[in-house]
Design a binder for this molecule. Structure first.
Ligand code: IMP
Ligand code: MG
Length: 217
């Protein structure tokens, strides 16, 4: 019931999406219009458009090109980290021109008593990673805790190599050096973002652009 309420509220909120446009007139006739900013309200918080769907597509294409070059002659195994990376993985994987396969994993990270951190694999991997060249597909690397634990696990399982591709990377938030992604779509400041698979309280994953939480004014 609580979930239903949330969804309903979100639908209402989506209708409240605000687009700021500038209209240019010449001799009383509209010549062109320019979209200045689109904002959206999700669960009571306002997010402003940050990266357009077109720009996202350009970033993903660049990553795919680099991976195609770097892994020429190899047969990498992609592991998509659910839920957040599903949209990025879908767009990226379509552009991989290598003999390749993909599998999916759900992770839960938590800070242990030590600073090493730990990660729990919620659904066991169905593909053997031993001797494989693994590329982990993440939505965002923030502190790096999740990737730090998962990379360690894959190496323990005998992977030949492990690299990370993350659609987003917050370099200023990184606390685990081994979690730094090799293939990055976009570097962003330490701000909260949603859309393109990333959520705020499970909402907003369906948005095709990326939005950033508006600072309190
Ligand atoms: P990390 O373990 O601190 O690197 O955090 C990784 C996870 O936190 C990501 O896979 C996301 O699920 C979540 N996360 C971190 N920053 C954001 C954000 O700005 N928006 C949405 N989710 C985020
Ligand atoms: Mg994630």
């Amino acid at each position: 019931m609580k979930n239903q309420e949330k969804v309903r509220k979100y639908c209402v909120c989506q209708k409240k999406a605000v687009t700021l446009r500038a209209f240019f007139y010449k001799n009383g006739k509209q010549e062109r219009k320019v979209t200045i900013m689109t904002s959206i309200e999700v669960n009571g918080r306002v997010f402003d458009e940050y990266v357009s769907a077109q720009k996202i597509a350009e970033c993903v294409k660049k990553v795919a090109e680099r991976i195609n070059t770097d892994y020429a002659g190899k047969k990498p195994l992609f592991i998509c980290v659910l839920n957040g990376a599903f949209m990025y993985a879908s767009d990226l994987f379509k552009q991989i021109e290598l003999p390749t396969e993909i599998t999916f994993v759900r992770l839960k990270s938590y800070e242990g008593t030590a600073t090493t951190g730990d990660v729990k694999i919620l659904n066991p991997l169905t593909v053997d990673v031993k001797d494989r060249d693994v590329i982990v597909i993440e939505d965002i690397v923030d502190t790096g805790l999740t990737m730090h634990g998962f990379v360690k696990y894959l190496k323990e399982q005998g992977a030949n190599s492990v690299e990370i591709t993350s659609f987003l990377f917050k370099p200023e938030a990184l606390r685990y050096a081994d979690a730094e992604p090799k293939y990055i779509g976009l570097e962003i400041p330490t701000k909260f973002v949603l859309g393109y698979g990333l959520d705020y309280d499970e909402m907003g994953r369906n948005l095709s652009a990326l939005y950033v939480l508006r600072d309190k004014r």
